[in-house]
Ligand binder design. Structure first.
Ligand SMILES: Nc1ncnc2c1ncn2[C@@H]1O[C@H](COP(=O)(O)OP(=O)(O)OP(=O)(O)O)[C@@H](O)[C@H]1O
Ligand SMILES: [Mg+2]
Length: 368
């Protein structure tokens, strides 16, 4: 069957669906007849459903499958306009699904995996048991820690393991319409976010919009004030959602935000232990053309490496291997010596000073 349902609208030079073709396409897929006008009306819903199914299943399902699924499940999908509006909102906010496997790239020994699992994931995946014991799943949390320690990765992993939508906003996007409008952009974003169902809402570089009002300019203050209003509103919404804010600079946040009541947990994401480094090292090593590599020896040589540093090391190593094979013309396998040669060219992010400062922040701000 041809999928030729779009005709050019000469006035606007955009593609618009042809009602007759929509009706015949839907009939061919589902065996259900619709008046052309109705078929044209539901066509947008079918396209949104295609996007929704593809994201949910992690593969492009194709328009025929989406059409059939939409028509077959129309009764359950169309509880009012709810579903269609939800999909519209998710698309508009750039939501996507994250693979469950991201969770497994984080070693069980890597803090804060255990805390996140026990306090965030389990209460949501075991709601009856949580309710029995009066445990309320957190609705808003903060991750803090030095650059590249895996904060964003953790948030994506949570969305993946819960199979909730991942929606991200960064201050730079909020600033797109000018500094004066950040407060109102933030308000609009949070209002939409409140209506999302089963979503992890992630705000990165959080200090940019929630900096201390004592040191801030007038505009910054109004943004922080707006945020202070929005967090409780989101927490009160009946939807299943989790707001996660991440920052490298917990000290710069406004103290009113850090007090109990606004955020349920404030969780540090710091350096890796040996096992944590090894898990990430092996994750990246598995994607290379590897030979004999003494993993334990190398992992013990990089105590101050963050996940981002390990990723960068592998970027160097794989480029090196690629160039070698290109020059020499025979199979080049990455081995222990490759790492020995390239390790000195990667400077670790963490230093004793950064770790000491982070430890102070942990003592002062951690709450879960
Ligand atoms: N457990 C992990 N396994 C594999 N890769 C990881 C892991 N944790 C983090 N990474 C990778 O390391 C890089 C840095 O991680 P991430 O961006 O999450 O750090 P961050 O703390 O959010 O950094 P920043 O403070 O700069 O925002 C990313 O490319 C991420 O994919
Ligand atoms: Mg990040």
């Amino acid at each position: 069957m041809e999928l030729d349902m779009n005709v050019k609208n000469p006035e606007h030079n955009i593609n618009v669906p042809n009602p007759e073709h929509c009706a015949s396409f839907i009939y061919d897929c589902s065996g259900r007849k619709f008046e052309p006008e109705i078929a044209e009306e539901i066509w947008g819903d079918i396209l949104r459903h295609k996007w929704f199914l593809s994201e949910r299943l992690g593969r492009d399902v194709g328009i025929k499958v989406a059409c059939l699924d939409f028509i077959e499940n129309a009764d359950t999908l169309q509880t009012g306009l709810e579903n269609s509006e939800q999909v519209f909102l998710l698309k508009e906010m750039g939501a996507h699904m994250v693979d469950r496997s991201v969770w497994d790239t984080i070693s069980d020994s890597q803090p804060p995996k255990q805390i996140v699992n026990k306090q965030i994931v389990l209460p949501l995946t075991e709601p009856k048991l949580a309710a029995k014991h009066g445990v309320k799943p957190p609705r808003a949390i903060i991750f803090f820690g030095p650059p590249g320690t895996g904060k964003t990765h953790f948030v994506r992993a949570i969305a993946g393991i819960l199979q909730w939508w991942f929606v991200e906003i960064s201050p730079s996007v909020l600033m797109a319409d000018g500094a004066d409008l950040v407060g109102s952009s933030l308000k609009k974003f949070m209002e939409k976010a409140r209506n999302l169902e089963e979503a992890v809402i992630f705000i990165d570089e959080f200090e940019e919009i929630a900096g201390s009002r004592e040191q801030a300019s007038r505009i910054d203050k109004s943004i922080t004030n707006e945020f202070l209003k929005q967090v409780p509103l989101l927490k009160r919404s009946a939807r299943k959602s989790l707001l996660v804010c991440a920052t490298n600079y917990i000290r710069e946040l406004d103290s009113a935000l850090l007090r109990p009541g606004r955020f349920d947990c404030i969780i540090p994401v710091g350096g890796l232990d040996e096992q944590g480094r090894k898990t990430i090292f092996m994750h990246y090593l598995s994607k290379t053309n590897r030979g004999d590599v003494d993993i334990d020896a190398i992992v013990s040589m990089i105590p101050f490496f963050t996940p981002a540093d390990i990723e960068y090391l592998f970027q160097k190593v794989t480029q090196f291997a690629f160039e070698k094979e290109y020059q020499v013309g025979k199979d080049y396998k990455i081995c222990t010596d490759t790492f020995m040669e390239l390790l000195p060219s990667v400077r670790p992010t963490l230093t004793d000073e950064i770790i000491a400062e982070f430890q102070q922040d942990c003592d002062e701000y951690t709450r879960f």
